[in-house]
Design a protein around this ligand. Structure first.
Ligand SMILES: *Cc1c(COP(=O)(O)O)cnc(C)c1O
Length: 339
């Protein structure tokens, strides 16, 4: 039994999802004639109470498109030092949009509205023009932490006062909604644009969606084309997304429960220094300084359990759709015997 907890992207489509994909009605999406893509876009737009949505092959491309929609070359985007757009999108903000990131030294990838206020550049010509604030919910590098919705509202107020766009990287927004009992509509009223992933916790083989109001989204399809993200009979993929929205959102609470149980087991092991608070499906923990992280990862790998090292003696496990109860039992018992 292989147990792969490196990421929630390692899932394979379920039988139900594959059936839905095989039955999809498709057309050429470049002509906007794929009925299943159109259906997915309309569905996600309406979930968030937005007028427009666009299907993307990746979350990176959806975020990069959002950055371009909100900025001009030379502008600056305010984001956390842990932000995916800064750390894990290959420098795309500067490459694609010619913008820089003003990093906030936040906590678990999150920050306060006052810190945004401090990060806005004055309007003098020799400063970079601040045009956008970007946050992530849940935070990836922050260990799946969820924002307090009240703080998000305060950040929105700062954006309004200073005419800044507000983008949400909602790759794992579904996890936040389930963990905090929040709604998509709530998020739609706050953000100008939101990117959501279908290929993370929801178990699709591919796909993200960018939603927004019609004014800001006008150029989105052109930018997607420039980035090479136009697709043809993409309805087969969109069908997986529709299936996932129907069947794989509520169940995220199971992933969260398992992650918490893993955290409880880890925190009792003498070789572990700390386990970061677990709010969703990501478990980040730190080994004692005298325990070598690579040999710990290797010890688990020898038992066919695969996790990721994050450097600084920190390790990560992510629970997901393909992580079964049997795997969970095996993992917990293996951990208890590993010293
Ligand atoms: C995974 C992820 C993305 C990008 O998604 P890809 O589909 O892998 O390009 C963006 N933001 C966050 C927070 C992510 O975790």
């Amino acid at each position: 039994m292989t147990i792969d907890l490196r990421s929630d992207t390692v899932t394979k489509p379920t039988k139900g999802m594959l059936d839905a994909m095989m039955q999809a009605k498709v057309g050429d999406d470049v002509f906007r004639e794929d009925p299943t893509v159109n259906k997915l876009e309309a569905r996600v737009a309406s979930m968030f109470g937005k007028s427009e949505a666009l299907f993307f092959p990746s979350g990176t491309m959806a975020n990069q498109t959002a950055l371009k929609l909100h900025t001009k070359p030379g502008d600056q985007v305010i984001c956390d030092k842990y932000a995916h757009i800064y750390n894990y999108e290959s420098g795309g903000a500067s490459f694609n949009s010619g913008i820089s990131c003003k990093l906030i030294d936040g906590n678990k990838g999150m920050f306060k509205a006052e810190q945004v206020l401090d990060a806005i550049n004055p309007e003098a010509y020799y400063y970079s023009h601040t045009s956008l604030v970007e946050i992530e919910n849940t935070t990836n590098k922050g260990g799946g932490a969820c924002w307090e919705f009240d703080e998000i509202k305060k950040v929105r107020a700062v954006c309004d006062e200073h005419s800044l766009g507000f983008h949400l990287d909602g790759a794992r927004i579904w996890n936040a909604l389930i963990a905090k009992n929040e709604t998509t509509e709530q998020y739609g009223t706050i953000f100008d644009t939101i990117s959501v992933c279908l290929s993370k916790g929801l178990g699709c083989p591919i796909g993200s969606v960018l939603v927004g109001d019609s004014e800001i989204m006008k150029q989105a399809i052109r930018i997607r084309k420039i980035f090479g993200g136009n697709m043809r009979q993409a309805g087969y993929l969109a069908a997986a997304g529709l299936y996932a929205l129907d069947n794989h959102v509520e169940r995220l609470s199971e992933d969260h429960k398992k992650a918490k149980e893993i955290g409880e087991t880890l925190s009792k092991l003498p070789i572990i220094r700390t386990v970061e608070p677990i709010e969703t499906n990501i478990v980040i923990f730190e080994l004692n300084i005298d325990v070598n992280e690579n040999s710990f990862v290797q010890k688990l790998a020898d038992k066919d359990i695969h996790i990721i090292s994050m450097g600084s003696n920190k390790l990560r496990m992510v629970t997901h759709l393909d992580y079964t109860n049997a795997m969970h039992d095996k993992l917990l018992s293996t951990l208890q015997t590993i010293i």
